[in-house]
Design a protein around this ligand. Structure first.
Ligand SMILES: [Zn+2]
Length: 419
């Protein structure tokens, strides 16, 4: 906790010292713009205010006289990363410095305390807090459940329709459905959300199949393990165990399902790292560890098949469920996506271009192009050679402000050593 506080104070002081409108020039850098284009060595990226204004060869882009110049020879520049499945309320405000220091400049909050998140969001917008862009659902829409918070409890189709209208009136960016919502209430909610033009992210309700959720217009389906839950719990299910369920999905019915996701433009956020952490690594029961590990391997194979079938996939960590760590576990998810057959560039896109596409904000986020928000991560090593190099963060640019993360880390260690 102490280290976090220190990191946060450091972020604040660096932020305060950053000049607001002066131009920033990152020169001689290899730009991986995440549009799909090849990496561009020896490039200059100019930033003015919050925005990227120019991207071009260092030989031909003039650097403005007043610009702060960062000579990034030998370094690599990628767009700021988005974690598309997080829970800020569970994580507390400690999440913010962790995210920024780990290059995560945007987050989709998948259920929490709306008033609190909006306070944080306002503080981030007015500059009094350093933190990522936040897209948020507000409370989960869920069926009756014990011992959970930040839920709108819905039992009937009528209550489901009302929940959609109420949440829309509160200005949420999308609706997050959770697994205890009764199926008839779920379908009513999806119908009402379609009428109200508000996207729905679905943690599959028990008894609803992934195919039905996709057909009902889910914007995104969450968590790879809900695929096997669907196979076990849908009407007419034949799979009795998780093992049978994953095998079913790895057969022809899975291929059919993936085609349906493509046809319906349903996005998938597999949160492989959360399954690995929650169901494999945190198992207290050695007996069950091996079978769970085998399920994890098959889940990775499911994501591989999905990706091959061209299902649109985004990276999400599901912090802070299962003790997932904001900022850090997104990098673990990127590595798991590469294990699932993504090229390193495709894994980067799952946390940059794809979230921007999903949010309908490619004009603002997700790539390194003029006109985009200057959210950038400067790396010491090439992430296209090895995805783990996304952790080699030299600096982060957030809304045009430059944070020298590597030297901040060194400094906080020094400060800690003095205590
Ligand atoms: Zn979650």
């Amino acid at each position: 906790m102490h280290k976090l506080l220190l990191a946060f104070l450091l972020l604040c002081s660096f932020s305060a010292s950053a000049q607001k409108d002066a131009a920033l020039a990152i020169t001689h850098v290899t730009v991986i713009d995440c549009t799909g284009a090849a990496a561009k060595p020896n490039s200059t990226v100019l930033v003015t205010g919050r925005l990227i204004t120019t991207v071009g060869p260092s030989d031909s882009v003039p650097v403005p006289a007043n610009a702060r110049v960062i000579d990034a020879n030998g370094k690599f520049l990628i767009p700021g990363l988005w974690d598309m499945h997080g829970h800020l309320t569970d994580a507390t405000a400690d999440a913010f410095p962790l995210m920024i220091m780990n290059g995560v400049t945007g987050v989709r909050d998948m259920g929490g305390d709306l008033a609190q998140i909006d306070r944080w969001r306002a503080e981030i917008e007015n500059g009094s807090r350093v933190g990522p862009h936040i897209i948020r659902a507000g409370p989960f829409v869920d069926g009756p459940k014990e011992g959970v918070t930040n839920r709108l409890t819905v039992r009937t189709p009528e209550e489901a329709r009302k929940a959609v209208r109420d949440l829309k009136a509160k200005g949420v960016d999308f609706i997050k459905v959770h697994n205890a919502l009764p199926p008839d209430a779920f379908f009513a909610l999806m119908d009402e959300a379609r009428k109200e033009h508000i996207p729905v992210a679905v943690h599959l309700p028990k008894g609803v199949s992934s195919a039905e959720a996709s057909d009902a217009g889910a914007a995104s389906l969450e968590h790879v393990e809900t695929m096997s839950e669907s196979a076990m719990w849908r009407k007419g299910a034949t799979a009795k165990t998780v093992e049978q369920a994953v095998d079913e999905i790895l057969g022809p019915s899975g291929e059919e399902l993936f085609q349906r996701f493509v046809k319906n433009a349903t996005w998938y956020v597999p949160t492989l790292v959360a399954y690995e952490r929650g169901f494999v690594l945190w198992s207290n029961d050695p007996e069950s560890l091996i079978p769970r590990l085998q399920i994890h391997e098959k889940n990775i194979e499911i994501v591989r098949r999905m990706h091959k079938a061209r299902v649109q996939i985004m990276a999400g960590s599901d912090f802070s469920d299962w003790g997932m760590v904001p900022g850090i576990d997104l990098h673990n998810e990127l590595a798991l996506l590469v294990e699932a057959g993504f090229t390193p560039l495709e894994a980067l896109q799952a946390a940059t271009l794809n979230p921007a596409k999903f949010l309908g904000k490619t004009d603002l986020f997700g790539t390194i192009q003029p006109g985009r928000e200057a959210d950038l991560v400067l790396l010491d090593m090439n992430p296209l050679e090895d995805i783990s190099h996304t952790r080699k963060i030299h600096a982060v640019v957030l809304g045009g402000k430059f944070y020298p993360i590597a030297s901040m880390r060194a400094q906080s260690l020094q400060d800690a050593a003095k205590q």
